[in-house]
Write a protein that binds this ligand. Structure first.
Ligand code: SF4
Ligand code: SF4
Length: 103
């Protein structure tokens, strides 16, 4: 019987060395936000450097690549705030849902 292939570990040196995306696509085995989210992430395109830390860290696959930057899929975002925590450029702010005019 053949042995399973074990991929050798190579320490990533930049975001480009990481896998091309989260382990699943948003919408797989999850339900759309049912309006229970208390805060939502709001992205500043001007501040975003395109480093993709938020894209790699979002546990719900709700950060999508959009050209050289990212965008947030609010249908699947749970409002956990991990993306804002991981963004070193402070390009993501968590805004209370009751404040409607910021997006
Ligand atoms: S972590 Fe911040 S700077 Fe990096 S891609 Fe996400 S929003 Fe942009
Ligand atoms: S708040 Fe949480 S679920 Fe929403 S985009 Fe950020 S990391 Fe993903």
């Amino acid at each position: 019987m053949a042995s399973p292939f074990v991929r050798p570990y190579v320490r990533p040196r930049s975001p480009e060395d990481y896998p091309t995306g989260p382990c699943f696509t948003a919408g797989h085995l999850v339900e759309t936000n049912a309006s229970w989210r208390s805060e939502r992430p709001v992205l500043s395109v001007e501040r975003c450097t395109g480093c993709l830390r938020c894209y790699l860290a979002c546990p719900d696959g709700a950060v999508l690549r959009a050209g050289a930057a990212v965008r947030i899929d609010y249908d699947f975002c749970k409002g956990c705030g991990i993306c804002a925590h991981e963004c070193k450029a402070q390009a993501i702010l968590m805004i209370p849902e009751e404040i409607k005019d910021v997006r």
